[in-house]
Design a protein. Sequence first.
Length: 376
Amino acid sequence: MPGARAFFKVDTGGATSGDPIQIQLSGPDINQLEALSQQLQNALSTIPGSADVRDNLGFSTYSLAFQPDHEALQRHGLSQIDLQQQIALAMSSLEIGKFQTSGTDPEIPIHLGFGWPSRDGATGGPTEWNELLSLAVTNGTEYIQLAALASPSTNQAPQAITHSNGQRTLTVLAKAEGTTTAAAALTALQPTLDTLRQNLPADYEISIGGEQAEATETYSSVGQAFMLAMLLVFAVLALLFGSYKQAVIILFTVPLGLMGTFVGFEWQGMPLSFPALIGIIALLGIVVNNAIVIVETSNIHRRNGLTLAEAAARGAADRLVPIFSTTLTTVAGLIPLALSSPIWQPLCLAIIFGLSAATVISLLIIPCLLVVLNPK
């Protein structure tokens, strides 16, 4: 299609909601918030890749109010209530009865209302405000135009004002197009944010939300889960082997696996997405299996009288085929899942890259660590 443009953006996975770029402003005065919002919107609009820049106030609502002229009302024998009732009737329609039809046909309601020219004679109020000023108000003996009895004024207000912690809030929203990410757009916006924060009035705050805030929270929770998993695995290994040193040797395969995952993702040009982080946590419990087998076999040879170096070498050599077989079958089982859906691909590749690297390197490193760290 002529003039059409297509944009592709890498999906980092995880749960996101709303616009990826969200900047929340909070403070007591909505007018000041609108001024800050406009400055941010102007700055965001100049950043390449940012689109649909706006705030959550939406379109303003307009209202028309009338200030009664009490002298004019008194002169024409009208009260303010009379004026209100006649304006209300003109803006709507009043059911004054029903027409009884013959037979079982339903009754037809009869409405009394003012037919407006802008509505082709239909009731319901005018579509143009100046038309309302020509409304004829009666005192029973004469008709007087509304404009002679009251002065109109227009008011503008946002559709809704949100509050957070007792403060009025306004959120600047934007989308990221093409290869631009929310993080890149916010980085480009940082000088403007710093300037606004330096000159921010008292009781006003600027906070970042959207995709960036969710990503930060997600990565923080995943990092905490990873550290907790490391502690649990270490505790189990230390309890089973009765040696803190051997538990540390086994856990040394974890950074080897992480190195393989990071190198593999860099090689493929893939982002470290949320599913990939889940794969890394799963990798933690998988890569230690090979080291457990090597250390346990070395301990058996050590108890059978071999020297430490011989036991370490035999431990790796004896378990070479089972370790490679286990790794190959695990990788082979994950490949179809990785190819089946882009959702599962980062998780599977994190395990495949990490497990493959840890398997090869651990066969060389673990025996060396057993000799260096274990007491002779």
